[in-house]
Design a protein around this ligand. Structure first.
Ligand code: SF4
Length: 281
């Protein structure tokens, strides 16, 4: 029998609540199936898996076999697209995305390879603490793409696939980077650096590298934020945040249109009906 994983927070759960609490509710509370997936997510996971194969060769000090890396990319693509219906953006097609993905991989592999690889796709389950130094009951689950060591300092590299270049502030303010730092410091006692390697899907593919770091204060602030999200979820505070960015790739557009907040006139009528004892006999 499949065991239910221990309750935990993850960057994607925290971020999903902050982006759209109603989408969080549909996916993580009601556990509604997701019939569709965005093309960006499929491309991202195919590239991640291919990079993991590449980094494994490097870690084992073997000559990377390009054919195996391409195969990992294509197998992930096929697996994901058989599982769910892919929502492509205008001007996108399966063929051109596969071509772009392979070009981005080639570009990355032409760069000097990462040195001193410590871990690939490492799983962490670690505690979170707030700014008062109190530990939260629910731990944080994090998976880092790549960890290397540079002059005795650990570096977490996060790979992103994007249609545009990232701005410095996106990386400085990224909660994901804070989650990774929290995971590494709680496990090793060492404060790591973080680098975003952004594979940009422009006509001529581009690789952007952006570095960032975090302080103890940032980790306490992450705990404060998670504590508040936790309270909001416990109090069933769920509402839609309709933006083109959120909704264009959302699997729950139909459910969202039909959704009615608790405490509407209809709910109040049911409450009065039950209070009056109607239906009790
Ligand atoms: S359609 Fe938009 S507002 Fe509605 S749940 Fe999805 S992301 Fe949220």
């Amino acid at each position: 029998m499949k065991q239910e994983p221990r309750p935990h927070w993850s960057y994607s759960a925290i971020n999903q609540y902050l982006r759209c609490p109603l989408q969080y509710y549909f996916q993580r509370i009601l556990k509604l199936p997701q019939p569709t997936v965005s093309s960006g997510l499929v491309l991202g996971s195919a590239i991640h898996n291919a990079l993991a194969v590449y980094h494994q060769y490097l870690m084992e000090k073997k000559e990377p076999v390009e054919q195996q890396i391409r195969q990992a990319f294509l197998e992930t693509w096929i697996f994901r697209t058989e599982e769910q219906k892919v929502e492509f953006k205008a001007n996108e097609s399966q063929e051109n995305l596969i071509e772009q993905g392979l070009a981005l991989l080639k570009l990355y592999m032409e760069e000097p390879p990462p040195q001193n690889i410590v871990a690939i796709e490492q799983r962490f389950l670690v505690p979170l603490h707030n700014s008062e130094g109190e530990y939260l009951e629910t731990p944080l689950l994090a998976f880092t793409d790549l960890i290397t060591k540079e002059a005795d300092v650990l570096k977490v590299t996060e790979f992103k696939t994007s249609g545009r270049s990232y701005g410095d502030f996106e990386v400085e303010a990224s909660l994901q980077a804070t989650c990774y730092v929290n995971a590494v410091i709680e496990t090793t006692g060492q404060m790591p650096k973080v680098e975003y390697a952004v594979l940009v899907k422009t006509k001529t593919p581009k690789l952007q590298r952006l570095k960032t770091s975090r302080t103890e204060d940032d980790l306490g602030r992450l705990g404060d934020l998670v504590q508040n999200v936790e309270r909001a979820v416990a109090n069933e505070i769920f509402y839609p945040i309709e933006t083109p960015l959120n909704c264009s790739t959302c699997s729950y557009r139909q459910e969202c249109r039909e959704w009615k907040p608790k405490g509407t006139a209809a709910d109040a009528a049911i409450d009065v009906y039950e209070l009056n004892g109607a239906g009790a006999c």
